[in-house]
Design a protein around this ligand. Structure first.
Ligand code: PMV
Length: 335
């Protein structure tokens, strides 16, 4: 039985960080080491339904039509436990999640996934939370998910202190930039699941990479510059900062022991294509996350040309173009 009050469906979109976070200072509470700033996309949403099943023996989690297993299931069940603890309830839940993006391919499916799960789960368990509290809650599933509660640009604060103070201080909020509406051309060079989860790759980087501290220190300056460039709608400044921030993050991983390398030959070909575009006078800037895919920031008027250049650079890759997208929302019963 699907009760109106104990069932909810939410839709959330992925976001791509222009200033990345890479490293947590509390893995239990999922608190990042540093602030991050992202753009929520208008493509590849995740749709998640949570309904409470008081009679069921345990939670049931379905991911793109198949039962979730192993760590993927455990992360969802752990999140449901958190919801139950907050709500003072015990009912198991049936969770059905559908991603328009390939799961685990570095396309932020954990961001849209936990944003949708936080919103739908809080509604199903009867938790009345404002957006800040929902963002803080989503962070417990995946730090990047805190930002997908919001549309457009969002900053996720690392917050001060440790323990409860850190948990309270770390949440996302929107960053107004009405004059900035770029395109993001996404090159899916390898839609397969990644070899190393971002969680363990981050841990290894923080624990072993001699470059991590230096990069993390550079992020604060990158963030300040980006925050000044965004409201000006200055694509070249935003793109330059985002590109160097992402390359720096990957450098920290390459220096981890053993190295974490998400960049593939196709990634590097696309990066070369981006350099050629710039040499030809097309403003285009790349960013990469915990996977081989490349996202290229450009003017909407140049998006078709950028997409062609990306296809030439990595024949066979899937290319799609995103713009600023909406924040996570609950679906009404009529939908
Ligand atoms: O929070 P996670 O586990 O989705 O990790 C996100 C890591 C990066 O995408 C590389 C950076 C970021 O800030 O989104």
């Amino acid at each position: 039985r699907t009760d109106r009050h104990t069932s909810a469906t939410a839709v959330a979109h992925p976001n791509i960080a222009l200033i990345k976070y890479w490293g947590k200072r509390d893995e239990q509470l999922m608190v990042p080491c540093a602030d991050s700033l992202s753009m929520t996309l208008d493509v590849l949403p995740t749709t998640t339904t949570v309904h409470l099943a008081p009679e069921a023996p345990a939670d049931s989690v379905t991911l793109d039509g198949s039962p979730a297993r192993g760590e993927a299931r455990q992360r969802v069940v752990g999140f449901l436990d958190l919801l139950r603890e907050r709500a003072g309830r015990a009912e198991p839940a049936v969770v059905d999640t559908r991603n328009a993006a390939p799961t685990g391919a570095g396309l932020a499916s954990s961001a849209s996934g936990f944003a949708a799960l936080a919103l739908a789960g809080a509604a199903a368990y009867g938790l009345a939370l404002d957006r800040t509290a929902l963002s803080r809650l989503a962070r417990r599933g995946s730090v990047s998910a805190a930002r997908s509660l919001f549309g457009g640009f969002a900053i996720c604060h690392a917050g001060p202190g440790s323990g409860e103070a850190a948990d309270l201080g770390s949440y996302a909020e929107p960053v107004a930039a009405p004059a900035f509406d770029p395109a993001l051309v996404i090159a899916l060079v390898d839609p397969g699941a990644k070899a190393v989860s971002s969680r363990s790759a981050m841990r290894r980087t923080v624990d072993t990479s001699p470059l991590h501290r230096a990069w993390a220190a550079s992020c604060a300056a990158d963030l300040a510059e980006l925050r000044a460039a965004l409201p000006r709608g200055d694509l070249d400044a935003v793109g330059e900062i985002a590109e160097r921030n992402a390359l720096g993050m990957h450098a920290t991983m390459l220096a981890a022991r053993p190295a974490v390398r998400y960049l593939s030959p196709a990634t590097v070909s696309v990066l070369d294509g981006v350099l050629r575009l710039r040499a030809d006078g097309v403003p285009a800037y790349a960013t990469m996350d915990a996977g081989p895919n490349v996202k290229v920031l450009c003017h909407p008027a140049d998006a078709a040309r950028v997409a062609d250049a990306v296809r030439d650079a990595a024949p066979g890759c899937t290319v799609l173009t995103a713009r600023r997208g909406p924040g996570a929302r609950l679906r009404t019963e009529a939908e």
